[in-house]
Ligand binder design. Structure first.
Ligand code: OAD
Length: 247
């Protein structure tokens, strides 16, 4: 069991705006592979082979096969204690935002309401030509699905070299600027511009808390660091907080 600082619980109690900035590690306990590290996806595949627009144009079948494979893993997974603890905090605070790099929709499935998705969402798709959205299950029985306009349909995820969805990034930035407490959970914090938001929060005066199984690039910026599984640590923080309020 990890010991949570009493001072952190006091800071949490006094906080009005709390942000959880999350990465693949928050979903690791749901059985979804992370990108970097020992069993990371990018050890087995080159990002430019699957997460890139040119690759999609060259070989949409291969790219779709890869995303359908990931989608299946995600659909068969469930939110874990990390997602659920974050969502539960909404019962006690009026402003809890999740700013996530994940495309797996697990924060929403756990019940979080204010979510900024920096890298898209695998459950949505859009036409590369007219940009129409397709949120229903796509039919692959006649090959790669196409829009009425003839354009290929692609997953609504951010690929290498693409801009982040502006509204989502701006929303995340605003949340970071206004946050009192900024949790950085399960991310290697090496992918920009997403990781920039940790600096935005820090320079706007937020207290940074890092939760990860190991040290990262931003560990020195955190006032509190907890090394272990996100689910265990967030459950512990939530438990200590509730205890402190006799809940
Ligand atoms: P990474 O795979 O880079 O990092 C995952 C982090 O989670 C690492 O720091 C691990 O130590 C940590 N971790 C693993 N298991 C954990 C657990 N059970 N509890 C807590 N921490 C754990 O994933 P991201 O930082 O999310 O972008 O990667 C950022 C972006 O790089 C992704 O959104 C994706 C990728 O390329 C795009 O696809 C655009």
């Amino acid at each position: 069991m990890i010991k949570i600082d009493r001072e952190l619980i006091e800071t949490l109690r006094k906080s009005e705006s709390i942000v959880f900035f999350t990465g693949a590690g928050v979903s690791a306990e749901s059985g979804i592979p992370t990108f970097r590290g020992k069993d990371g996806i990018w050890n087995k595949l080159k990002p430019e082979e699957v997460a890139n627009f040119d690759a999609f144009i060259k070989n949409p079948e291969m790219v779709w096969e890869w995303y359908n494979h990931r989608k299946k893993i995600i659909q068969e997974s469930r939110p874990n204690q990390a997602h659920l603890s974050i969502a539960e905090l909404q019962n006690y605070f009026s402003d809890v935002a999740v700013v996530t790099q994940n495309i797996d929709n697990l924060h929403k499935r756990a019940g979080s309401e204010k979510i900024f998705e920096l890298h898209g969402n695998i459950e949505r798709n859009f036409c590369i030509q007219c940009k129409k959205f397709f949120n229903e299950e796509l039919d692959f029985s006649n090959g790669i699905p196409k829009c009425d306009c003839g354009g290929l349909i692609r997953p609504d995820v951010v690929w290498f070299g693409e801009y982040l969805p502006e509204e989502q990034f701006k929303g995340g930035e605003k949340a970071a600027m206004n946050s009192d407490l900024f949790f950085v959970v399960g991310t290697s914090a090496v992918v920009y511009p997403a990781a920039e938001l940790i600096y935005t929060a820090k320079f706007s005066g937020a207290t940074i808390v890092e939760i990860n199984i190991e040290e990262t690039e931003i560990s020195s910026m955190a006032k509190y660091s907890y090394f272990g599984k996100a689910g265990d640590i967030l459950m512990e923080i939530l438990g200590e907080f509730k205890l402190s309020k006799n809940l």
